[in-house]
Design a protein around this ligand. Sequence first.
Ligand code: HEC
Length: 174
Amino acid sequence: MKRIVINIWAIVALAGFLALVVFIAVGWSHGFNSRTEPTNLEGSIAMELHDSSIPGRYEKMQNPVPTEHLNLLEAGMLYEQRCAACHGDSGDGTTKFDGMMYPRPTDLRSDDTQGMSDGELYYTINNGIRWSGMPAFGSRGDNDENLWKIVAYVRHLPKLTVSEQQVLTQSKTR
Ligand code: HEC
């Protein structure tokens, strides 16, 4: 029993020490500001923590809004109102905040994002991402139809044509 308690304390002390080393290394290298590009290690640790925080049941959750019947203009406007300021009209993540936020708003067309399941995308949009600028847009559990439409639109982003984007930008300014 005594040995188990000692082992637990050793693990806690080691974890604390490692956390301190990471904290000092990050702070030392770029002072916790948003300007400098983070190291690959820091980026991948943050991503890993985020991915593993999504409850398992979201992995297999299907989008109840059939993509083939998606009203692109309607979904696009929802995206424009809530997402485009940070992720850009085309989803590429370049906006006026480019290089001013860390974590950087993700390129939503990237393999990383498109590799997430529909449910994982929904969970992320619904609940946001802690310690980042990504807001939580949901308040209606797993049944917010507008959020599911945005998920379908995020799926469409890699295929968004220039003319579709023009129609959306014109509707926005009307
Ligand atoms: C205020 C800025 C901001 C707004 C508005 C915003 N996001 Fe984000 N979003 C971020 C940032 C910053 C990240 C990167 C977080 C990270 O790397 O941990 C992010 C990450 C994400 C991710 C995770 C991508 C991945 O590969 O892990 C998804 C999906 C996402 N956003 C979708 C959306 C959608 C859809 C909307 C609109 C409903 C939206 N975001 C609105 C800032 C924003």
